[in-house]
Design a protein around this ligand. Structure first.
Ligand code: ARG
Length: 561
């Protein structure tokens, strides 16, 4: 429509300007509105209302507009209001039914690596790891749905100081590599990391162990492999439970093989500077308003750091997949780290052509507004959180449904994921399981409940799924159809901004409208054939869309709610 509007403005006023039809902010009056008359008025020195009338008259003569709109109105002081025609709405909905993927316009296919999850080995996963997993998985699925060739990599934190600390602790207690257990690991890390904060000499020893491990020390390598295997298994279990799946289970340690090649290029380009024995790369730019410290590439003891492994990993990905883009889904507090890494990459020849995007995440907070902790003041382990959620959901239930364990797990995941995904990923939010577990309100259970209830109506009237009629029967019916018509625009926007929250909020809006629809329109008792067919067909399209959106958000559907 924007094109037609632009053309009409050109025809009448001989002006070349872009025009945009917006979704109406007064849905009781119209579906779309054009407010550009006020800008035109300034240029043309004419009254906006007169301009609006001229546009309306001219648009009404156009065949295309006659087909699309049942009413174009100009209201004082100069707004142009558009109401879609029932036949046109149904024609578009019909194309969503018949065409693949609801006739959504697909962007060009590109190879995109999504780096998310980012669990660290040798430490248990806690609530802070939820968000990168949940949001990252959803971004991956969104991109896949939009036709992209996506490669998901967990990028384990497996070669940093924590490994040196854990190896030190294990050796101190005389535990050999093949005697390591998850329980022992989970006790050792907090103990030694606490010790390191108190005693500089122990911290030094752990740093040396880390460096020697990186250099290939056989004994430490043996410890490392044992810790990696055990931890990976544990981490996988939790990600599996969450429905979070990666194509690649690589980590920082896998990038080490690429460091020599990277160093060679950085040396050749003269980018490495020595400062206090360390090798650093300047990344400050003239236009920066703040100090951006250099990227530390190699410590004075020879150890490599977080930035180095991220750079080497880009090189590894370039060699393996030639990606057009790499997306990093991680805590917003890592923003400076990624700025440094991206700037270094741009200075090289081998990495400069890859688009690097950092998708920052806000923290999950407790009711005190600080990062979420248990009542005892610890960061809760994910497994405990799942159990607690299950219990709270069951305590809340008023009807006596019996759930299988499998269904309960799906519900727990839906509770946790929808609570997270409805928030803009950059913003923090307060974790409140009791609120998230309710079947009313903006919650996972409400969405699942709506889906299953609608599905039941369809199942009872399956023989009625047919074509849509040419009619729209009442306001609840029309509101639902209008919402479904937004799908394409919503998906484009969510894709462009990498924002699952756009999908989640849209899904919620559909559910509110479908609830209003079936509360006011009783399909099961209907006799009128055409209307019944139309409504069942509409609901069938609706549940197909809900199903797809749930899948993009990574929420599985239980058999009952
Ligand atoms: N392991 C890191 C952490 O826990 C997150 C990894 C994010 N991804 C990356 N390529 N640096 O902080």
């Amino acid at each position: 429509m924007n094109k037609e509007l632009k053309e009409t403005i050109k025809e009448i006023f001989n002006l070349d300007i872009d025009a945009e039809l917006l979704k109406s902010n007064r849905p009781d009056l119209c579906d779309y509105q054009y407010n550009g008359t006020f800008d035109l008025a300034k240029v043309l020195h004419e009254n906006p209302y007169t301009i609006g009338l001229k546009l309306k008259e001219s648009l009404e003569k156009k065949e295309d507009c006659q087909k699309k709109f049942s009413k174009i109105e100009c209201v004082k002081p100069g707004f142009l209001n558009f109401t879609l025609s029932d036949a046109y709405m149904n024609e578009i909905l019909e194309s969503m039914i018949t065409e693949e993927k609801f006739n959504i316009f697909m962007p060009k296919e590109e190879t995109i690596v999504v780096d998310y999850g980012g669990a660290n080995i040798a430490k248990p996963l806690h609530v802070g790891h939820l968000r990168p997993a949940i949001v990252g998985e959803s971004i991956k699925r969104l991109l896949q749905y939009m036709n992209q060739n996506v490669i998901a990599d967990v990028h384990l934190g497996d070669y940093g100081l924590q490994i040196g600390q854990v190896i030190y602790g294990l050796k101190e207690e005389g535990i050999l590599p093949d005697a390591i257990t998850i329980e022992k690991l989970s006790l050792i890390y907090p103990k030694i990391s606490g010790l390191c904060k108190e005693e500089e000499s122990i911290k030094e020893i752990c740093a040396t162990i880390t460096k020697d491990l990186q250099d290939g020390n056989e004994e430490y390598q043996e410890y490392f492999r044992a810790i990696l295997e055990l931890s990976k298994k544990e981490i996988k279990k939790i990600y599996d439970y969450l429905g979070v799946h990666f194509d690649l289970w690589l980590g920082e340690s896998d990038a080490y093989a690429y460091i020599p090649l990277l160093s060679q290029e950085l040396e050749f380009l003269g980018l490495l500077k020595t400062s206090d024995g360390a090798k650093i790369i300047d990344v400050q730019e003239n236009t920066d308003k703040i100090v951006v410290p250099p990227c530390i590439y190699q410590k004075s003891n020879g150890a490599y750091l977080y930035g180095t492994t991220d750079l080497a990993t880009i090189l590894q990905r370039e060699k393996d997949f030639h990606p057009k883009k790499i997306l990093y889904v991680a805590d917003s507090r890592q923003s400076l780290h990624f700025t440094q890494v991206f700037r270094v990459a741009k200075k090289t020849n081998s990495l400069k052509n890859i688009d690097l995007e950092f998708l920052g995440l806000g923290t999950i907070n407790g009711s005190d507004g600080k990062p979420f902790k248990t009542r005892e003041g610890n960061t809760p382990k994910l497994e405990d959180l799942f159990l607690e959620t299950k219990q709270i959901f069951l305590n809340n239930i008023e009807h006596d449904t019996t759930y299988t364990q499998e269904d309960l797990d799906k519900i727990v995941i839906a509770i946790i994921k929808f609570a997270d995904l409805q928030n803009n990923r950059e913003k923090e939010y307060v974790f409140d399981i009791a609120k998230f577990s309710k079947t009313i309100g903006k919650t996972g259970p409400y969405i699942l409940y709506t889906y299953l209830r609608t599905k039941k109506i369809i199942k009872n009237n399956e023989n009625c799924i047919d074509n849509l009629s040419k009619t729209i029967y009442n306001v609840h019916d029309r509101n639902l159809r209008l919402k479904l018509l937004e799908l394409n625009e919503i998906m484009q926007y969510a894709f462009k901004t990498r924002m699952p929250s756009v999908v989640a909020n849209y899904l919620y809006e559909i559910c509110v409208l479908v609830n209003a629809f079936y509360e006011n329109n009783h399909i099961n008792n209907l006799e009128e054939d055409e209307k019944k067919k139309d409504w069942v067909t509409l609901l069938n399209l609706t549940t197909n869309i809900i199903d797809t959106l749930l899948n993009i958000l990574g929420m599985d559907i239980p058999s009952v709610m």
